[in-house]
Every structure is written in C-alpha cells, then in structure tokens.
Design a protein around this ligand. Structure first.
Ligand code: ATP
Length: 296
C-alpha cells in the first residue's frame, strides 16, 4: 500500500482508472435498468422484499482467467450500512457488479431476503437496487430527464422532492433554465459535486430499499464535499447500504465493516474492534490513513 505513494505507480493507477471510466461510461453503469439482462430461469418469479437483507454465500467469480472472488461470504443486514474496504484489486467493485447481475458468480450464491437472485426475475432484483457511482454519468438531456432515469414514471413533483433531499434543488434553480437546463456532453458543465448530487437525486427518486454506493476518491472542495456527504446521509437513511468506502468517517459510522484482500474476506466487525487488532489488515490500513497515506 505504501507503494501507492510511488509516483510511477500512481500514474499507472490513474491510467487504469481512466480506462475503467471509459468502460463504465459505455456500460452506462449507473442506470441499472439499461444493462443487459442475464439469462433468467423460465419460471422466474419476482423477488419479494421484506427487510432487504443481502447475503453473499461462498461466492466465487472470475471475469475470464484468474479467480477474483475466492469464496466470499458476508451478510449486509437490512436497513444497515455495510462498508467494504481493502486494498485496490481486492474485489470490492466486483461484488457490486454481481448484485445487479451484471455478471453471475461461478460458484456460491447471492441472496436477497433469502431468495437466490439467480432464481428470481432480474428486473425485480434491479428495481430494488439503486446505485451511486464514483463517476456519475450524465446523458444528453435536461437536468429533469437525468434525474428521471432513476424511475421513468416519476412525476415532476417527485423529481423535485428527490432533488431537494439531495441538496440539488437550489443549484438547479440557479441554472439558466432550471430543471429544463440541458446537461451532458453538449450541455451545461456541472462541477463534480453537482454531478454527484444529481446522481444521488436519481437514486433517491428510484426509492429502492438497497443502495449500492461507490464512494468517490477524487477530492471535491471542502464545501461541496460536505454537501455531497449530507445528501448521501439522506440517501442512506433507512436503506440497506453496501458501500465501497474510502472515507474514514463512512467506515467509522458503518454498522459492519467487511475487510477484503485478494478476493477473500479477511476480517469483519466494527471500527473500534477491528482497529484494536493490531496485527490485522484493517488496523494497518487505518494507521496508514492516520499518517496521511490513503489507506482505506
Ligand atoms: P479498486 O479499489 O481499485 O476499485 P477493487 O477492490 O474494487 O479495487 P475490483 O475492481 O473488484 O477490485 O478488481 C478486482 C480484480 O478484477 C482486479 O484485478 C481487476 O483488474 C479485475 N477486473 C475488474 N473489472 C474487470 C473487468 N470488467 N474485466 C476483467 N477484469 C476485471
């Protein structure tokens, strides 16, 4: 991890993340409904949600060659926040890819409220998920359209309510055409924090019980950071949250921390307990962060 400070390695990482950003944009990743649907069983029934508990049971997965997840098990309790932490490449994003069935595990199972997501309709799984990514994607269209992607049948009032909860309403009204302002490649340029808040509004209008969150690593200025954080806190309230956590504050607040390394869960617990296990990976990552090196 200390190697991440080496400038050459940092550059390599930037390049990798740029490549990945392109892939993500092509996948139009934050719009779950637009992803191709994995084959579902002919007799598949819709998922029935009770408390929205997500369980990974001995999940094994490889994209092509090389096993990325080597038997991952943990439970994200309904209505609680579970933070995934661990070094780059540990498999955190891969887990997030498997829950909406962008890919299917090669072994083991993912269950939502006890139902294997491979046995129910894919659409019903995705309807119960919302996703907020690091690099929110904005489509050609108005601000209103971009929020509405979260739930096409949302009314204008619901869109504005979501924007208010995401602390986006005021900056939207300050735009030349308010909610009708065009954004996307040829539209208005929005700051990183504004994009994040639109993406959170999109997730809120979806009103799904499970929120998948990839916490941004890129620095926003302190003020936008604080507002984005407030918007996220609103989005997380009352939902089952699985967050790829980069901020110590998120991890400290999490109901459960799942520490991953090389495709395995190596530790699980809450911050205070894990931070005290001095020979543990979490304590080491936490100490790095305390000394100013981005550990988590
Ligand atoms: P980071 O914090 O850097 O995002 P991570 O813990 O989220 O890391 P993953 O993104 O899940 O880790 O990656 C685990 C491994 O899977 C890495 O070796 C990565 O190169 C590989 N990988 C990720 N996505 C794909 C893909 N779409 N196709 C092939 N390999 C992939």
């Amino acid at each position: 991890l200390l190697l991440a400070y080496d400038p050459a390695r940092r550059l390599a990482r930037v390049q990798i993340s740029l490549e990945r950003a392109v892939v993500n944009a092509q996948m139009i990743y934050d719009i779950l409904d637009m992803e191709p649907v994995q084959r579902q069983k002919p007799d598949a029934q819709p998922l029935t949600i009770s408390n929205a508990t997500v369980e990974l049971r001995d999940v094994v997965f490889s994209y092509k060659d090389g096993t990325i997840l080597k038997g991952v098990s943990f439970t994200a309790e309904g209505g609680k926040t579970t933070a995934l932490v661990g070094p780059s490449g540990a498999g955190k994003s891969t887990i997030i890819n498997l829950i909406p069935r962008f890919y299917d595990p090669n072994g083991g199972a993912i269950l939502i409220d006890g139902q294997n997501i491979a046995d129910v309709t894919t659409m019903s799984v995705r309807q119960n998920l919302a996703y907020v990514s690091q690099q929110p994607y904005l489509f050609e269209g108005t601000i209103r359209d971009n929020i509405r992607y979260g739930r096409p049948e949302a009314t204008d009032a619901e869109i504005e309510d979501a924007a208010k909860l995401a602390f986006a309403h005021d900056f939207i009204l300050a735009q030349p055409q308010g909610y009708e302002t065009p954004v996307g490649e040829n539209g208005m340029t929005l700051s990183g924090g504004q994009r994040q808040r639109l993406s959170i509004a999109r997730a809120l209008v979806r009103n799904a019980p499970i929120l998948l969150l990839d916490e941004a690593t890129s620095a926003l200025d302190t003020e936008s950071e604080a507002v984005v954080q407030k918007a996220l806190d609103t989005a997380m309230t009352g939902r089952t949250v699985i967050v790829i956590a980069h901020r110590l504050s998120t991890v400290v607040k999490a109901d459960k921390i799942v520490v991953m390394n090389e495709g395995l869960v190596v530790e699980e617990g809450v911050h205070d307990t894990l931070a005290r296990q001095e020979d543990g990976l979490y304590a080491r990552l936490n100490n790095l962060q305390a000394t100013g090196v981005r550990g988590l």
